[in-house]
Design a protein around this ligand. Structure first.
Ligand code: ZN
Length: 336
């Protein structure tokens, strides 16, 4: 008789389930658990992991994932989706990026594979590693901009992956169809850990929070299409992902423009459709107005010809905050 190993959900038949797996207890007396959706298709196929709300103020993907899985017919699905809808419930409850705890590293994005005897953030990572990461064939860790009106649409892949795995990561990233594919560094993330085990994993980073109805809808649709494209790429849904013209750039081509002063940023790029356009060197991207004197205290111009891949809505910015980011045209590659 064969011994069944692995998590309980590994033996689920076609259908959907929602459970929570335990981590520890919290000071408010409640148990800290991690939510897990499992959607099992009619036909055999790979197990695709999705993690989101790793950072507690990046909730836009939530509504896109909900819409996508709500429409997904299990009869058409080959394989299984294993979805952690809120990876860090404590950060989410605190409406912040990090786990509100006293000691140690509190960014869940930096502590994988975690440690069951570490701090709470490490315990969360260890529980997700044990219950999810060790049982998937591919994974995405879905991020969006946090509070602060951020516009962005890209999939990041790991600069440290082996050449062979990098190719697979890029193929999955491209299937998402966002305007940018970015070779980035994210040591300590779930995707980075899985890459070290030779499992394909990338991080979509789309939209932001409280962007208003039109932009939220624009990004939600992009994410729904992106999930569809990734499942097609993995052979879990029939058909090919839609072809998309995309820009690939690495960290050397990336330039973040951070005002040296604090104030009200007047942004000249507040439409999501403006991302991906070539910005000529010297183009005014925005200016910072002093909240006190009403003077313009800094102007922000494009330092070279580049593709705008990150922008902000007008609003308050602290000194050193990323206001805009460009992929230098000379170091970027058009693909597709
Ligand atoms: Zn994030």
């Amino acid at each position: 008789m064969s011994v069944v190993t692995g998590p309980r959900w590994a033996s689920e038949k076609e259908g959907r389930s929602f459970t929570r797996f335990p981590v520890t207890t919290m000071l408010n007396g409640a148990e800290l658990t991690i939510p897990l959706h499992v959607i099992t298709g009619r036909n055999p196929g790979p197990t695709f992991g999705i993690i989101t709300n790793t950072h507690g103020d990046e909730f836009l993907a939530t509504i896109a994932i909900r819409e996508f899985i709500g429409k997904l017919a299990t009869a058409q699905l080959s394989g299984r989706i294993v979805l952690v809808s809120v990876a860090n419930p404590m950060a989410t409850a605190g409406f912040g990026r990090l786990t509100p705890e006293q000691h140690g590293r509190t960014d869940l994005h930096e502590v994988y594979p975690g440690n069951a005897r570490g701090n709470t953030t490490q315990m969360i990572a260890a529980a997700i590693t044990e219950n999810v990461l060790h049982h998937v064939d591919a994974l995405i860790d879905f991020h969006s901009g946090g509070s602060g009106g951020r516009l962005q649409a890209r999939v990041d892949h790991n600069s440290k992956a082996s050449a062979e795995l990098k190719e697979k990561n890029i193929a999955l990233a491209r299937a998402f169809g966002a305007p940018f594919v970015h070779e980035n560094e994210f040591a300590g993330s779930a995707a980075h850990y899985l890459n070290s085990r030779d499992v394909v994993a990338v991080n979509p980073e789309v939209g932001g929070c409280y962007l208003g109805p039109a932009t939220s809808r624009y990004y939600t649709q992009m994410m729904v299409n992106g999930l569809d494209g990734m499942l097609r790429h993995l052979g879990m849904l029939k058909g090919k992902p839609a072809a998309a013209r995309q820009i690939h750039f690495d960290t050397k081509a990336r330039r973040e423009l951070r005002p040296r002063v604090s104030g009200y940023l007047v942004s000249h790029f507040e439409e999501p459709q403006q991302l991906g356009t070539l910005i000529k060197s010297g183009t005014r991207l925005g200016e910072v107005v002093d909240l006190y004197s009403y003077e313009v205290i800094e102007t922000i111009d494009a330092p070279f010809d580049g593709y705008l891949f990150f922008s902000r809505y007008s609003g308050m910015v602290g000194a050193g905050t990323q206001a805009f980011a460009l992929a230098e045209a000379a170091g970027s590659k058009s693909i597709g």
